[in-house]
Design a protein around this ligand. Structure first.
Ligand code: G1P
Length: 290
């Protein structure tokens, strides 16, 4: 069984749910405490042993490339001022040269189209997909849990969680067949079903392990929900051909593509930050009492 070595991270989205913050900066660079969203997602992949990062980018997203490069002036200034711990932290977070690749999604045709744009960089091997709106700060992260499950099952895996039935129309939803521990076999999945049509209330989280055969399905995938080329629709076809599991990963996930989710992530991680928690907790407590 081939290992999962690459992660595709679509970063071409416009971030309309958090405007105007994302009018002139990529939403993937919104900070949670002191790190941009993309940093959390790349760190989660690294923990899972996935070091090759493929970013599917678009217009106005150039600052993401700057983030994954040395900033010589900044580094020289930090060194001259003796701020060695900050400098060391910056360098440690920088991916090894040559491990981050970029391709462009030239038109906003949907998540399925974005993943398909990465086909040449992925090649003929299994790969992960991580959607950077959703961050998983705790360890083990969801990708690590999924890679461990993959070692047992092979095939394809999506991360899922249970949501209130009225929320199914915001997500991809699976049709479960049989559950064994954290793994659920399924008969299919559907993108953004109305609650009355939803086959369950297990919604797909933005973490996937997929086999390269998905690309041929994406190539001829017709537009689906919202008029977009949906990854869920091609995965639904792949369920009929290959092993496919849903994984009920353990841990907290924050949807930072929404204003509320982003605020919650900052409060949660601020309260856990070794540097800030004491002072921040005091501040939050005074505000909650008011
Ligand atoms: C995408 C997927 C959906 C999934 C969701 C997770 O939707 O199409 O299946 O449940 O991500 O965040 P989007 O948020 O791009 O509308």
């Amino acid at each position: 069984m081939k290992p999962v070595r690459k992660v595709v991270i679509p970063v071409a989205g416009l971030g309309t749910r958090v405007l105007p913050a994302t009018k002139s900066i990529p939403k993937e660079l919104l900070p949670v405490v002191d790190r941009p969203l993309i940093d959390y997602v790349v760190a989660e992949a690294r923990e899972a042993g996935i070091d090759d990062v493929i970013l599917v980018t678009g217009r106005g997203k150039g600052a993401i490339e700057e983030y994954f490069d040395h900033a010589f002036e900044l580094e020289a200034t930090l060194a001259a001022k003796g701020k060695n711990d900050v400098l060391a932290a910056l360098k440690a977070a920088l991916p090894k040269a040559g491990t981050v690749s970029y391709t462009r999604q030239q038109a906003p045709l949907g998540l399925g189209h974005a993943v398909w744009c990465a086909r040449a960089l992925v090649g003929d091997e299994p790969f992960a997909v991580s959607l950077p709106d959703e961050i998983v700060p705790e360890r083990p992260g969801f990708l690590k849990q999924m890679v461990d499950a993959y070692a047992q099952t092979g095939g394809n895996i999506v991360a899922v969680e249970e949501v209130p039935p009225e929320e199914t129309s915001k997500y991809g939803v699976i049709a479960p067949k049989a559950r064994k521990g954290e793994l659920i076999e399924m008969t299919g999945m559907v993108e953004k079903p109305a609650p009355k049509d939803a086959p369950s209330n297990f919604r797909i989280i933005g973490r996937y392990i997929l086999q390269p055969e998905i690309f041929a399905l994406l190539e001829k995938q017709e537009r689906g929900a919202g008029g977009e080329i949906q990854l869920t629709d091609s995965m639904n076809a792949l369920v009929r051909e290959q092993t496919f599991h849903a994984c009920l990963c353990k841990g907290v996930i924050h949807d930072c593509g929404s204003k509320l989710g982003w605020l919650q992530a900052n409060v949660d991680l601020g309260l856990k930050s070794p540097e800030l928690s004491q002072a921040f907790r005091k501040f939050v407590e005074t505000r909650v009492k008011d």
